[in-house]
Structure formats: structure tokens, C-alpha cells
Design a protein. Structure first.
Lengths: 100, 201
């Protein structure tokens, strides 16, 4: 087995070990010492650096996704099903907005 | 809403005050509908889950012990209703058993396309947004519920654990699995370049 191959196998194992800490790492809740370890590893491992960056980006993209609104028709039927029709007031939704 | 505001409302709910019921619906229906829509992936099922959630909340308000907030309690009822419905529709996607928390090979990242630096408009395209929603829909339901509560609805790990009756470590582990799966899928999608609407079938 070549040295390059061994080196690669070693890295894969290291990457795998860090994988489960990445959640806490991107949240900023990982212990400082482990953070330093991960950062040192990312400095020499492009793949892990990309995974960390794109993982954080994925979370940001979903957090920024526009929220679907509750259509007035759905709200009105809900009040009817719950026998609360006298309390129904339409909300300030935009007409015919797709909800997804 | 604070736990204190909750107590007053809960007392009125338990006394059968109709206006209090209406307030509960007004305060929480939009959030519950959003959760239901993300869980179910279509408006018809989302509406059913929404109605079921409040019917079931009204029926069981006497048993509400205020260990959690009303909001967490409603999330819990809604998630259970959604999971039950999904189990009937797609039993293969919703295991009744706890999913095995293991380091399965398919979580290992395979796609290393760095999509962080793409122009912002690439992420705003309708096609990209649709892909993001499809990616949520295709997560196993037990991962989907954790991801939606935690990353889409913005609940804390503790609130998510309370809403889903899971341990903190199970929430963290499922969240990580969900995020890695979504990351993998988005990396694959964005590596193929933007789809120009005119060229689509």
C-alpha cells in the first residue's frame, strides 16, 4: 500500500471522527479544545472545510426560507370545525398567495 | 408567549371559555399550519393536521399540566398527528421503532462542491426553493420533524426534545443526520449549475 493511500485512509478516519461534532461546531457550542482540533484539521483537509462551510450555508438557507402563510379560507374552516365561527376574523394575508 | 400569560389562558380554557379557545387558535394556528405543511408536503393534509391538532387540544386541555408551554404542547400534538398520518400513507418512511442511532455510511459526505460562494440569486430561484422543499419531504419523517422544529421553526434543542418526547442527545443526533442529508442533496443540486427556467421542459 502506498504512503499516499495510507495518508488518505488516515484522513478519512479523522474526518469521520469529527463528523459528529460538526453540529455543535457550527452552532458554536463545541468545547474550545475540540474547536481548535477541528480547525487545525480543516486547515489541511479541504473536504472537511467544504463540508463545514456548506453545512452552515444549508442551515442558513433553510432559516431564511420564506414562511408559508395561513390562508384565510383555511383559518375560516378551522374556526367552523371548532364551532368558533362567531370569533373568526380574517387575517391580513395577501390574496391568492401560494403557500409553498 | 410567557409561561405566566399561558397560566391565565389555560385557566380560562379549562373553564370552557369560548373566547379563550378562539385566542388559542389565533395565537398558534399559523405556526401549527406551517409545521404541518412542512411535515406533510401538501396543503390538504396540512389542513387536516391543523384541524386535528386543535380538536385534540380542546379535548385534552384538562390534562395539560403546564410542564411545557402551550406552544410546545401544541407542537407536540401536531407532530404526533402528522406522524400518524404519514405512517398510514408511507409506512416505509416512518418506522414505529426508534431509528437506530448509528454511524451509518450514508451520512459520510460524498459531494464536496463548495456552493457557499454562488451568487445569492442562485439560492433565490424558484427552482432552488422547490428543491429545498423536496429535500425536506424526502427526509425520513423522524428526522424531518426534528429538523423542522429546530432549524425551520427555530425551537431550542430543549423545546424540540420536549415537543417530540426525545432526549437532548437524540435531538442532536437526528438534527445532525438531517442536516448532513440536506447538505449532501443541496451540494449535488448546486453542483449541476443553475437551471435556467426557459430551458426547462
Amino acid at each position: 500500500m502506498s504512503t499516499v493511500h495510507l495518508q488518505h485512509e488516515h484522513n478519512r478516519e479523522t474526518c469521520r471522527q469529527y463528523l459528529e461534532s460538526l453540529g455543535d461546531y457550527v452552532e458554536g457550542t463545541l468545547a474550545a479544545e475540540l474547536c481548535r482540533e477541528i480547525e487545525a484539521h480543516m486547515a489541511v483537509c479541504d473536504n472537511c472545510r467544504i463540508v463545514v462551510n456548506t453545512l452552515a450555508k444549508t442551515i442558513t438557507l433553510y432559516r431564511q426560507m420564506p414562511s408559508p402563510e395561513l390562508p384565510n379560507a383555511v383559518r375560516e374552516r378551522l374556526f367552523a370545525v371548532l364551532d368558533l365561527t362567531p370569533y373568526y376574523r380574517p387575517g391580513p394575508e395577501s390574496e391568492d398567495e401560494p403557500t409553498r | 408567549m410567557s409561561q405566566q400569560d399561558d397560566s391565565e389562558l389555560v385557566a380560562r380554557l379549562k373553564a370552557g371559555d369560548q373566547a379563550a379557545y378562539a385566542q388559542l387558535v389565533n395565537d398558534h394556528a399559523a405556526r401549527i399550519y406551517r409545521l404541518a405543511l412542512r411535515m406533510m408536503g401538501n396543503e390538504t393534509d396540512a389542513e387536516d393536521v391543523l384541524q386535528e391538532t386543535f380538536l385534540s387540544a380542546f379535548k385534552s386541555i384538562d390534562n395539560f399540566e403546564e410542564r411545557a408551554s402551550l406552544s410546545t404542547w401544541l407542537y407536540r400534538i401536531a407532530t404526533n398527528a402528522a406522524l400518524m398520518r404519514l405512517r398510514r400513507k408511507e409506512p416505509e418512511l416512518v418506522s414505529v421503532e426508534e431509528p437506530v442511532e448509528r454511524d451509518d455510511g450514508d451520512l459520510l459526505p460524498r459531494q464536496f462542491f463548495d456552493f457557499c460562494c454562488l451568487p445569492e440569486e442562485d439560492f433565490l430561484r424558484a427552482e432552488a426553493r422547490a428543491e429545498m422543499l423536496r429535500a425536506i419531504d424526502e427526509l425520513p419523517a423522524t428526522l424531518r420533524s426534528v429538523f423542522i422544529l429546530r432549524d425551520v421553526e427555530g425551537l431550542s434543542t430543549e423545546e424540540t426534545a420536549a415537543a417530540l418526547d426525545l432526549s437532548i442527545s437524540a435531538v442532536k443526533s437526528r438534527l445532525m443526520r438531517a442536516r448532513l442529508k440536506l447538505r449532501e442533496r443541496l451540494a449535488t443540486y448546486f453542483s449541476q449549475g443553475p437551471v435556467i427556467p426557459e430551458t426547462r421542459q
